[in-house]
Design a protein around this ligand. Structure first.
Ligand code: C2O
Ligand code: CU
Ligand code: CU
Length: 507
């Protein structure tokens, strides 16, 4: 009898143990499956476009006696009714959410009086602008509450769709997501001579795309489980308008697309997959209009596209699944399976005729790499770029004014990133060793990097030298930037060395 009791006890214990572990595994499996299924969102087909698209106003400016065009931007907290009857706390420039469109012409001297009426310090950076480092508005240019910072510079680059947004180190994602962003349009003789659609708000539309999520009236800011890219919303808005439509009265319409989302990459196209023409990338016009039916834009990137509409029709600007070879887990949790109906264009029954697009738009502006004086390599992952997270008091390298360089950026992480460089526009030379896709052949300042992707790019640093004020390079998934996926360089005269970055704790 007693000789049998021990094996029986063991047997029972084993059954209980196996049953328990099996149950646990099943529960975890069910939980993960549920999280996986819940992680994908879509507004395609279910969107009723009931709100007229808001067009950010063109910012007024005054001419100073010395010919400087001066704008004013006031950062403050506000409230906006995104959802019927719901008052959402927001931040904005001049208005309650986003900011006015600044517009200037090549050759003009501009100044912007940036006043901070928020309860905390912030900065304003001019994304894509070629300007002295002391005016760049990076993390060293903190504007304390109640104070005004007035950078000025001369516009010296081709016509382009640029933008502005805060850049305080560690809180950029929060400040942008609350609503601090706006467009900065540049014009020049080339853009003025082309018969592109150019009536602002009529056949030339700013399209600032952001993803949002509402908790009742409040803007949600949480990073859901497994979301390594940062905040992802469950719906989109354009220029701060949910479910937007816009009435079109011309045969051709130009959309200035800006991905002002903090983490989401969009793959734009139209509901009927009609082709459109890409006429400009981040830094301005491409050489020839490029026919596409899909266009990927990661956070911070811009593109100007021209699309032809037929009388009386309605078409929807849509964002499709990300097609970047991501593994199925990463694809799902970085938002790659999500799809959105972004903006409805409603063509009038009679349309004003638009002239055809010119076959040649601009001559290439960025260097092609043949005169690069050196090559730099960047290994990028969430832990930092080239092995170290951003340090405010560390200049990572020094560039000689007037020279061109080739930069090779490799994403050695399991998640998507992108790469943005301040002050310059670059030419993409290769992607993973091959010729870049057509959509990346124009001037760029931000480029998408899928896991293990490598982008080779050439750029010239011809701005003024300043050994003390650095420019930034970073991942433009803003939470990644906040985490330290950023570095700094200074531009110096031949043979000079880097100085010390200014202290940023007030001035
Ligand atoms: Cu739009 Cu340094 O960023
Ligand atoms: Cu920038
Ligand atoms: Cu990143």
């Amino acid at each position: 009898m007693s000789s049998n009791s021990r094996p029986r006890k063991w047997w029972r214990l084993l059954v209980v143990l196996v049953a328990g572990v099996t149950l646990l595994v099943l529960m975890i499996g069910a939980g993960v499956t549920w999280v996986y299924v819940e992680a994908s969102v879509s507004t395609v087909g279910s969107t009723r476009f009931v709100n007229e698209l808001a067009i950010p106003p063109l910012a007024p400016s005054r001419m100073e006696p010395d010919g400087t065009r001066t704008f004013e931007l006031d950062m403050h907290a506000g409230r906006k009714e995104f959802l019927l009857g719901q008052d959402t706390p927001t931040w904005g420039f001049n208005g309650d959410y986003l900011g006015p469109t600044l517009r200037a012409r090549r050759g003009e001297k501009v100044a912007v009086a940036v006043r901070n009426d928020l309860s905390e310090a912030s900065t304003v950076h001019w994304h894509g602008m070629h300007l002295p480092a002391a005016m760049d508005g990076g993390p060293h240019h903190m504007v304390q509450p109640g104070t005004t910072w007035t950078p000025s510079w001369t516009v010296d680059q081709p016509a382009a769709t640029l933008w502005y947004h805060p850049h305080p180190h560690g809180t950029t994602e929060t400040h942008v997501r609350r609503g601090l962003a706006g467009m900065f349009l540049l014009d020049d003789d080339v853009s003025a001579s082309l018969a592109l659609p150019d009536t602002y708000g009529v056949d030339d539309l700013p399209v600032i795309v952001q993803d949002v999520k509402f908790d009742g009236a409040a803007l949600n800011s949480s990073h859901a489980i497994f979301r390594d890219v940062g905040f992802l919303g469950d719906r989109t808005m354009v220029n701060g308008t949910l479910t937007p439509y816009h009435q079109i009265n011309d045969e051709l319409v130009r959309l200035r697309l800006l991905n002002a989302s903090t983490a989401r990459t969009y793959t734009f196209g139209f509901s009927d997959t009609r082709p459109f023409s890409l006429v400009a990338t981040d830094g301005g016009l491409v050489e020839h209009p490029i026919a596409l039916d899909r266009l990927r834009l990661s956070p911070g990137e811009r593109a100007e596209i021209v699309v032809r509409v037929r009388p009386g029709e309605r078409i929807v600007l849509r964002s499709n699944e990300l097609d970047a070879g991501l593994g199925f887990w990463t694809q799902r949790f970085s938002g790659g399976d999500d799809t959105f109906d972004v903006l409805e264009l409603r063509a009038a029954d009679t349309l004003r005729p638009s002239p055809d697009l010119a076959a040649t738009l601009a001559s290439p502006a960025a260097p092609d790499g043949t005169d690069s004086v050196r090559e730099r390599r960047f290994e990028a992952n969430l832990a930092g770029i080239n092995g170290a997270p951003m340090a405010m008091d560390r200049i990572d390298f020094t560039v000689t004014r007037g020279t061109a360089e080739t930069w090779v950026v490799h994403n050695n992480d399991g998640m998507p990133h992108n790469f943005h460089v301040h002050d310059v526009q670059f030419m993409v030379l290769t992607v993973d060793g091959g010729a870049p896709p057509d959509a990346l052949t124009g001037p760029k300042d931000t480029v998408f990097l899928p896991p293990d992707g490598t982008v080779r790019m050439a750029m010239r640093f011809d701005g003024p030298a300043d050994p003390n004020w650095p420019y930034m390079y970073h991942c433009h998934l803003l939470w990644h930037e906040d985490q330290g996926m950023m570095g700094q360089f200074v531009v110096v005269e031949q043979g000079a060395t880097a100085g010390t970055p200014p202290t940023h704790h007030g001035h």
